[in-house]
Each structure stands twice: as C-alpha cells, then as structure tokens.
Design a protein around this ligand. Structure first.
Ligand SMILES: [Zn+2]
Length: 101
C-alpha cells in the first residue's frame, strides 16, 4: 500500500479520491498543465470539479476538471457561478492538451 494512503488514514472513498488525485496530477503534469488554470500560480494546486467527484474516475475526467490553486478554489467553491467558471477554464485550454489525453 502506498505510503500516502496509510499516512492519511483514509476510508474507502477517501482512498479512491486520493488515488484519483494522484492520477489527475500525473495526467495534468504530463500535458503541461502544472499551474493554476485561473491565476497561473504553481502553489498548492487542487482540482475543481464541474460536477460532483463521483463522476470523475476515467481519462475523460480532465474535460470535467480544472487545475486551480487553493486560493482560487476557495474563491469559487460554492458560488453560483462555479460550474460556469470551471467550464470556462476547461474550454479555454489549448486543444492539443485535451487531444493528447
Ligand atoms: Zn489560482
């Protein structure tokens, strides 16, 4: 069992989420999105989901997820325009990135 799972003492869903984040981290980094898609920061990156997290566990996910920093995430999380904003970030990506996935 990878160290991160043990260290975080996660339940079944938490483990799935952690695994998912590792996968997304690798995928986004591979595609060159190693920065906040909203402000460009490289500090404390998170993933903002357009829908609930349960919808996201395949390679198609990156079309439903934006990589944003914690600061931006906190600014948009729970706001009425969050879905819109995440959509806008995803739509403004270079096509090469999404095709490579
Ligand atoms: Zn940001």
């Amino acid at each position: 069992m990878p160290f991160i799972y043990k260290a975080m003492k996660l339940g079944k869903k938490g483990k799935a989420d952690a695994k998912n984040r590792l996968y997304l981290n690798k995928l986004f980094t591979k595609l060159g999105i190693d920065y906040c898609e909203r402000c460009g920061s490289r500090i404390r990156l998170t993933f903002a989901h357009r829908f609930t997290r349960q919808h996201c566990n395949t390679v198609d996910e990156m079309r439903h997820v934006a990589r944003i920093c914690l600061k931006c995430h906190m600014e948009i999380e729970g706001t009425p325009t969050m879905t819109e904003e995440v959509d806008r970030l995803i739509d403004s990506r270079d096509d090469r990135m999404t095709q490579a996935a």
